[in-house]
Design a protein. Structure first.
Length: 133
């Protein structure tokens, strides 16, 4: 926790990069979150956007999906969660924006199962936080 607070406080400070983005994964589910210094303060500024990619072959425990969904209203910094679908993340960026596409497959049992875009998110230059694209 101390390390995370140190990083988020740096991201809120004067030497911080503009619109940092954090990519994470390996928790077998997809997430989009706003990173804040203080999650208990609704007025705390967004200091970065986080995109968590699922795995294409490993399931998120079905028993965890209900509790996560039930907790979403109390966690407004979490903008998207998907624990059911398998897939991967594609990111494209230029000087004006960062675009993340969450791609999913209908089944991991067939190597020919086509991938489709489940959702797109964008982080625009000068506008902290991920927004639906």
């Amino acid at each position: 926790m101390v390390q995370r607070r140190r990083i988020t406080e740096f991201l809120a400070g004067p030497a911080a990069p503009a619109n940092p983005v954090v990519l994470t994964g390996d928790i077998h589910s997809s997430w989009v979150t706003d990173i804040k210094v203080d999650y208990d303060d609704p007025a705390s500024p967004v200091v970065a956007s986080e995109f968590v990619g699922t795995s294409i072959t490993s399931d998120f425990p079905a028993a965890f999906i209900g509790p996560v969904v039930a907790a979403l209203p109390d966690n407004p910094h979490i903008k998207d969660f998907d624990g059911l679908q398998r897939g991967y993340v594609v990111c494209r960026l230029d000087r004006q924006r960062w675009l993340t596409e969450f791609r999913v497959v209908d089944t991991v049992d067939l190597p020919t199962s086509p991938a489709r875009v489940r959702r797109r998110w964008v982080v625009e230059q000068g506008r902290p936080g991920a927004q639906p694209a």
